[in-house]
Design a protein around this ligand. Structure first.
Ligand code: UN1
Length: 510
């Protein structure tokens, strides 16, 4: 009954149509409009986005730079209170945020709910770090007659460039971390999901983040992202998206004169799961399907390559076939739908092309059935193929395609080497009942998030800090206690207390 109430609220939220526009200094700006359509149904317009221009980026950047000092001086406690208030407002408006994740990004209702919940978790978690680490200076031990303090401050203006696959969570997480650490923010949502991001920004403003501190600049990466990254007022960049785009941003930053700008990047993955002959087949198959196909495989954490020890391979592959036949692919608004559409036609074409190549080069395992509801949207039937080496997959395949490779028990070291050789290092699953197998793998594979006997998606903020190595990103891990420090500068203050008669305090004017 509660789910139905929520769905009614969600449906009502969708009816009125949405509009997103640039927000600079809290003021809405005009722009050239682009219609946003539902990936699950081509004819359904969800809203309109008015895009920013490079001139607007310049205006926002100078306003942001001028406002940053006061935001930093507000202190960690006050900023935390504002972010916590934002978390409450996200809870109040959850139905709208969920509606937008479903209709704009094609997420299932349960994935949309998780997306919004994660955003709320990010707001509260980073608020907690702001209270703990950004409020009072830390007093360092030192000789008598001297007081040494270390304090953390915002770096200045952060450009936040976010992806479409977590339109609320990652967008809000980036913005909240930069704000918590005392920075102003130029936020550019993914082009595909500006409506959800706009709603999130409005709630943060309503919570008390000044418009001069937080600016919203929808538009393409090529035009708006470039203008933000190149602007001399931008003193830090946080980015989640493809590894190739990460390189482009890094090059632009390298070409800039002046201070060297820190770059926090969370990029792709080519994630594996290793299952030995002691794995419990039913549990393994359930976790494989969740890891590979949930969110239509559109997570950087998603499973792409399943390594099966040969003794169990036949049995597991036949269970995968059976389970894939049961998947429900269709309208993401229906509660019994497992998998919704992929994000757009471009993504669909890439997946079709990969599937075509696999049908020539690989062994076919299964293709899940598409329901009638998928006729007028960007739907891709999940597939599974058997391949002989992970090196057959040249780059991240961002969608519901699973690859299976058989291995001999004596070759586990080669499996670890092959995974490392991809250059990515984001998530890895291990299914085994043997401790030494876990120890052997974790000592060899360079991986950010390792999951044992469970699925390998859905890292929990604060509990499972998320992020990888190598081609998967620069770190530090989102939702971890070190993350905010990368958004900050450290300042050391040394006071000669002997000069004031051994008292730690100087005289006060009042
Ligand atoms: C991404 O898909 O870009 O653990 C990263 C997870 C999510 C992944 C987010 N935190 O599945």
């Amino acid at each position: 009954a509660q789910a139905r109430l929520l769905l009614n609220a969600v449906a009502a939220a969708i009816e009125h149509g949405f509009e997103a526009r640039p927000l600079i200094g809290g003021e809405p700006y005009p722009g050239e409009g682009a219609a946003v359509f539902d990936p699950a149904l081509h004819s359904r317009q969800v809203g309109t986005v008015l895009n920013a221009t490079p001139d607007m980026v310049t205006r926002a950047a100078s306003t942001a730079a001028a406002a940053q000092g006061a935001w930093d001086r507000l202190g960690g406690v006050r900023r935390a209170e504002i972010l916590e208030r934002a978390a409450d407002l996200f809870e109040r408006d959850m139905a709208v945020l969920i509606a937008l994740c479903v209709r704009e990004a094609g997420k299932t209702v349960s994935n949309a709910l998780a997306d919004v919940r994660e955003a709320i978790d990010f707001l509260r978690y980073y608020a907690g770090i702001a209270r703990a680490d950004f409020a009072e200076p830390k007093v360092m031990p030192g000789p008598t007659g001297e007081r040494n303090e270390l304090s953390l401050h915002g770096r200045g203006v952060f450009a936040a460039i976010s992806p479409w696959n977590f339109p609320v969570a990652i967008f809000t997480g980036q913005v909240a971390s930069a704000l918590a650490a005392g920075n102003s923010v130029l936020a550019k949502p993914a082009e595909r999901t500006s409506l959800a991001a706009y709603t999130a920004i409005q709630l943060m403003h309503e919570a008390g983040v000044p418009g001069e501190v937080l600016h919203f600049l929808p538009g393409s990466g090529r035009v708006i992202g470039t203008a933000m990254v190149r602007h001399p007022a931008t003193t830090g960049v946080v980015f989640t998206g493809g590894t190739d785009t990460g390189h482009v941003i890094n090059r632009m930053l390298a070409e800039r004169a002046g201070p060297i700008v820190p770059f926090i990047a969370e990029t792709g993955g080519l994630n594996a799961l290793i299952a030995d002959s002691t794995a419990l087949p039913e549990q393994l198959v359930r976790d494989v399907l969740t890891s590979a196909f949930d969110s239509a495989g559109q997570r950087c954490s998603a499973l792409r390559v399943l390594f099966l020890q040969e003794d169990i391979a036949e049995r597991v592959i036949s269970l995968i076939r059976g389970a894939m036949a049961e998947l429900r692919i269709g309208d993401p608004m229906k509660l019994d739908t497992d998998i919704g559409p992929v994000i757009d036609g471009n993504s669909l074409a890439k997946l079709e092309a990969h599937a075509k190549r696999m049908s020539r080069e690989a062994g076919f395992i299964a293709e899940a059935p598409l329901s009638d509801e998928t006729r007028d949207g960007f739907f891709f039937a999940p597939r599974a193929y058997e391949i002989d080496a992970i090196s057959r997959i040249e780059r991240e395949v961002f969608g519901p395609i699973l690859h299976v490779i058989r291995f001999k028990a004596t070759r586990l070291d080669k499996v670890c080497e092959a995974i490392n050789a991809t250059g990515y290092g984001l998530t890895l699953g291990v299914h085994t009942r043997i401790q030494e197998t876990v120890d052997f793998i974790r000592a060899r594979v360079r991986i950010g998030n390792l999951y044992v006997n469970r699925n390998q998606i859905g890292a929990v903020v604060g509990v499972q800090p998320f992020g990888g190595e190598g081609l998967s990103g620069t770190g530090p891990k989102a939702g971890g206690s070190h993350y905010l420090h990368r958004f900050a500068v450290e300042r050391t203050v040394c006071i000669n207390t002997a000069a004031t008669g051994g008292n730690t305090a100087l005289l006060s004017l009042d």
